[in-house]
Design a protein. Sequence first.
Length: 217
Amino acid sequence: MSVRVVLLGPPGVGKGTQGRRLAAQHRWALISTGEILRDAVARRSPLGLEARQQMEQGLLVADDVMIGLVHDRSAEQDASAGFVLDGFPRTVPQANALDSMLQSRGQRLDAAVGLEAPREELVRRLSARRECPLCKRAYNLITAPPLNDEECDDHPGTRLTQREDDKEETVRRRLEVYERQTAPLLDYYRGQGRLRSVPATGPVDDVYHSLSQALGC
Ligand code: AMP
């Protein structure tokens, strides 16, 4: 059975961590638009050059760019068995485009999961967030630290890095942008009867358990 799921929620709520795990367990593709963009910025590709400034300022990249990107990525072979979208859609036009894209392929979105956590918790998590530059595995220096200093458990000797946009001022901007442009999507999916809300505080395993239950998988 192929399943298509959208993970919604503010920056720092755990979409990447939970999405990665969900995709790995079910062999669905993980489509993380933030990760694709960061990769493009690092490679200085045309997409990266276009997106870089917006990302650094904590603002959204243009809808048409993001819609084109997801259109192409979701048509790749590994996504035919299902996918988890992390970071897309982020605006109502993106959500509309996703619906029409799937409809034109005779597919549909199975669920939109809204992960929820209080704002102070998000700021705390984002400032302690680190990632492995090689495998992108996520760590949190307070709640999920690596075994050894600030090195990746899976890549000994590789120092964890902090995302440029996890610095305090940009974090504040990203949370505002979320409230203004992305939070309305909760109502969008609620109105269609497709929203499943999942509390995302507490240990990663507990959140994953609630998420799996909400999806019935
Ligand atoms: P994320 O890793 O999901 O927090 O995304 C990092 C940054 O990439 C965001 O702050 C935006 O600048 C950009 N971005 C990622 N996904 C989208 C999207 N669906 N629409 C617009 N901008 C996006």
